[in-house]
Design a binder for this molecule. Structure first.
Ligand code: PRP
Length: 179
């Protein structure tokens, strides 16, 4: 893909870099308030949440550990296959930790449902979910984030970690993707 083709798929900016920065700073303070000085383990779901996690962990001032899991549900274009594969599990024990799952987007909710069910069985002290984006109109399973930075309509979005065919993750804003 050349640069012209790359930019031709960006329909419009939905959430600007500045709006994201302000919302992430607010989310960091909220985590500080919840934790009240206690350490927290942020568990990020790769790959989409890697940029959100990187900014969020720097907006938190309580002692903070990072863990990674990876899941994949989209295998081509903009359509979900409906199947979630956990391709990387946490390397750490979470049984003595306050855990917050850091997700980039909740769409059907299947990824987060599978991951939160899996982690809850490992008896963390507490388990919460924070998501950058929430698309409630697409939900097919019963799952809700404890904290969602932005609620968006049913449009396919890219940028700030979110991809289409692995491109666009590096955009500093969230954009609507045009086929
Ligand atoms: C995307 C996104 C979420 C998930 C949300 O991941 O990052 O993890 O889909 O969809 P759901 O609510 O319908 O389960 P994807 O499978 O595209 O992998 P990626 O994060 O590596 O891009």
């Amino acid at each position: 893909m050349d640069k012209n083709e790359y930019t031709s798929h960006i329909e419009k900016v939905l959430i600007s870099e500045d709006e994201i920065k302000q919302a992430v700073a607010k989310a960091g303070k909220m985590i500080d308030d919840i934790c009240d000085g206690r350490p927290v383990r942020l568990v990020s779901i790769l790959k989409g949440a890697f940029i959100f996690l990187a900014d969020l962990c720097r907006a938190v001032s309580v002692p903070c550990e990072i863990g990674f899991m990876a899941a994949s549900s989209y295998y081509s274009g903009t359509e979900s296959t409906g199947k979630v594969d956990i391709t990387l599990d946490l390397s750490q024990d979470i049984s003595k930790y306050h855990v917050i799952i850091v997700e980039d987007i909740i769409d059907t909710g299947r990824t987060l449902k599978d991951i939160s069910d899996m982690l809850r069985k490992r008896s963390p002290l507490s388990l919460r979910i924070i998501t950058l984006l929430d698309k409630p109109s697409r939900r097919t399973v019963d799952i809700k984030a404890d904290y969602s930075l932005f609620t968006i309509p049913d449009v396919f979005v890219v940028g700030y970690g979110l991809d289409c065919g692995e491109y666009y993750r590096s955009l500093p804003y969230i954009a609507v993707y045009r086929e």
